[in-house]
Ligand binder design. Structure first.
Ligand SMILES: NC(=O)c1ccc[n+]([C@@H]2O[C@H](COP(=O)([O-])OP(=O)(O)OC[C@H]3O[C@@H](n4cnc5c(N)ncnc54)[C@H](OP(=O)(O)O)[C@@H]3O)[C@@H](O)[C@H]2O)c1
Length: 317
């Protein structure tokens, strides 16, 4: 099979298509013929050696990619044979997704619900379960002001919809004016360009001086700090990522929403199923911003790092 191999830590150029032996499912595993693989922002950080584990993890070679969709073409012993021929989305357990074939635990494979396009299902797998979990933990209520950073991105575009669906007044923030239309089409009542100095004051003005009740911060750094200053005293802050490279440091005026530790594999599956069910019901619409072929994986990583993408980026082998 063809797969995108990360040869070592480095720039996007360390991603190259190679011929590898076809993986064989072990007991309890399935083999998926990948029609679509998700790329997450954090994989660009992992590739660069700046991921959550830094350079402590094995430097390479390895195949990145934690979420795929496609038909189950083989099952290992003791795996559910009913899955053969089923179109599923599944986590790969961390690696192996940027490939024509991927193995996964049979218990992680989720049949794609009727009416949900496969690319949408792949887009919802990681970003959807993350957004559902963050939204649930934040307990967003009707009428609350909610500020979502990176609102045109994968997780952000889903958080905008989930918060708006709870009856909140969502302010989406992102860089530049080009994402305004997308973010407001997802249900945000206002859009703020955080490349403009003083954007956080604009957010407070929109709330008529009150400040927002909830902040979803997946960016950190200067943007996270400015976002924090737009939260009312006693407001809630969900700090879930550091796309800028630095975590936001809370200021003591707000309640940081506890992350309660990593969910178990069965909870992770249930969260993804919840996101897919919401999509099937028409309440959640993933934004497939751009698709790339396997051979273009480096280009996809470059575009994400250049902040030139919207919504989800997927690979189509
Ligand atoms: N996907 C998941 O399942 C998951 C799980 C846990 C945590 N997270 C975290 O959630 C955050 C969003 O993840 P995502 O996968 O949905 O990515 P994404 O939003 O599709 O891409 C990252 C976004 O961050 C913004 N950004 C701000 N400063 C940036 C910088 N210095 N460099 C690059 N981008 C910057 C960009 O939007 P603008 O250019 O508009 O600012 C970009 O759209 C990340 O911090 C990620 O680590 C994601």
């Amino acid at each position: 099979m063809r797969a995108v191999v990360m040869e070592r830590f480095g720039g996007p150029e360390v991603l190259a298509v190679r011929e590898l032996p076809d993986p064989v499912p072990e007991p309890g595993q399935v083999l998926v013929a990948v029609e679509c693989a998700g790329i997450t922002f954090v994989e660009t950080q992992v590739r660069a050696g700046r991921g959550p584990a830094g350079k402590r993890s094995e430097p390479g070679p390895r195949v990145l990619g934690n979420g795929v969709g496609g038909e189950v073409v083989a099952v290992g012993s003791s795996a559910d044979r009913e899955l053969l021929g089923t179109t599923v989305v599944t986590t790969t357990g961390g690696t192996g997704g940027y490939a024509e074939l991927a193995v996964a635990r049979a218990c992680d494979a989720i049949p794609v619900p009727e009416g949900v396009p496969l690319q949408d299902a792949v887009a919802l797998l990681a970003d959807g379960r993350t957004a559902v979990l963050l939204h649930r933990r934040a307990q967003v209520g009707p009428g609350e002001w909610v500020l979502v950073e990176a609102a045109g991105g994968g997780v952000g575009s889903l958080l905008v919809q989930l918060a708006a669906g709870s009856g909140a007044k969502v302010i989406g923030a992102a860089r530049g004016s080009a994402k305004r239309e997308l973010v407001t089409s997802l249900g945000a009542v206002a859009y703020v360009d955080y490349a403009r100095a003083g954007w956080e004051r604009t957010v407070v003005e929109i709330t008529e001086g009150a400040g927002v009740d909830v902040l979803f911060d997946g960016v950190g750094g200067r943007i996270g700090t400015c976002g924090l200053s737009a939260v009312r005293a006693g407001g809630r802050v969900s700090i879930y990522g550091m796309a800028s490279g630095e975590w936001t440091r809370p200021n003591g005026q707000v309640t940081v929403i506890a992350d309660d530790g990593a969910p178990s594999p069965s909870e992770i599956r249930a969260l993804a199923e919840e996101a897919l069910a919401q999509a099937a019901a028409g309440r959640l619409r993933p934004v497939i911003g751009q698709t790339y072929r396997l051979a273009e994986a480096a280009e996809a990583h470059r575009a994400i790092e250049a902040r030139a993408t919207t919504g989800k980026t997927v690979l189509v082998p």
